[in-house]
Ligand binder design. Structure first.
Ligand SMILES: [Zn+2]
Length: 316
């Protein structure tokens, strides 16, 4: 067993979806007899999705995302089942229902469909369950949208307990993808750069972010994105933490970026606004006490932790 997330002190574990205590059993995925036995053994449970949304059972005041195999059978036809891993109780699988939400088990008594962002923002599940659901969502999303071989167009089939799709026609093997995104706080002495997109809640500012491109290093992506969106040059880049971001399957790579210039030229297509904030202002935004009502992202988001890390650093 790999060490559980709570045994180590990664900054990444502070982020929403950043804790996942499942042993992924990567070395067992091609052992069909093992996977079949694990699925039939006591303790086997399924995280169940209808479209992009998990189903949960309401148990009193609590929500439980795990369904036993016979309960899964009662929810409707299953399109794909993947092995997520194993915990102390037994095997954990991710299953995608065939029918969309309206026709699936969502309407059954005591069963609710609730998106993963709401579950995290409202703190409705413990962190290890959010992490396992994020793993399931990204993997099942990939299966749902990669049903045909991207080389020859023939229908592909699930393989390796859900961690590969094989093309029976041209024999190509396809693997689940994760899309890296750089998210960075540019800092210049006692000031940091935050911006806001038009879709943000009113008054909220966050770190700038963008997809890493093919053939690009993390540092180059940070420098390119900040130059594009804010027109400033970046010197050194420091890695802080990562966050799995299951919307649908990104990895947020959180960085501090040392600004070499400070004159802003904001890309008004990408951003509604971007400006420098003092450490005092940033601290007030994190605490929800900014005099103009400006705010920072919630602890769910890695941007919150990047900003907090910088705010709490010893000045100078
Ligand atoms: Zn093919």
């Amino acid at each position: 067993m790999p060490p559980a997330a709570h045994d180590v002190t990664d900054a990444s574990a502070l982020t929403g979806y950043g804790v996942n205590e499942l042993d992924r059993l990567a070395e067992k995925r091609d052992d069909g007899a093992f996977v079949t036995a694990l699925a039939a053994a006591p303790g086997a449970r399924h995280l169940v999705f209808t479209g992009d949304v998990p189903l949960l059972r309401q148990r009193g005041d609590e929500l439980d995302p795990y369904f036993l195999p016979h309960e899964l059978a009662g929810l409707g036809a299953v399109r794909e089942t993947t092995l997520l891993g194993r915990d102390a109780q037994g095997g954990v699988f991710g299953s995608l229902l065939e029918a969309p939400a309206a026709e699936s088990g969502e309407g059954a008594t005591g069963i609710v469909a609730m998106d993963l962002r709401t579950l995290a923002v409202q703190g409705l599940l413990p962190p290890p369950l959010l992490g396992a659901l994020a793993q399931a969502k990204s993997l099942l999303y990939w299966h749902a949208r990669h049903r045909f071989c991207s080389a020859c167009g023939a229908p592909s089939v699930l393989a390796s307990a859900g961690w590969r799709r094989d093309c029976p026609n041209c024999k190509a093997a396809h693997f689940p993808r994760t899309d890296p995104v750089v998210i960075m706080l540019a800092v210049a002495g006692e000031r940091c750069l935050l911006g806001r997109q038009r879709r943000f809640p009113p008054g909220m500012y966050s770190a700038l972010a963008g997809f890493l491109e093919p053939g690009e290093t993390m540092e180059s992506a940070v420098r390119r994105e900040i130059a594009e969106e804010a027109g400033i040059e970046i010197g050194r880049v420091h890695y802080l933490a990562t966050q799995p971001w299951p919307f649908p399957s990104s990895l947020m790579i959180g960085c501090l970026a040392e600004a070499a210039t400070t004159d802003l030229r904001v890309d008004e297509v990408e951003l509604e606004d971007a400006r420098w904030f003092s450490r005092t202002e940033a601290r007030a935004m994190l605490a929800g006490e900014h005099p103009q009502g400006l705010s920072a992202p919630q602890p769910l988001a890695i941007a919150h932790h990047i900003l907090k890390f910088w705010v709490e650093q010893t000045p100078g």
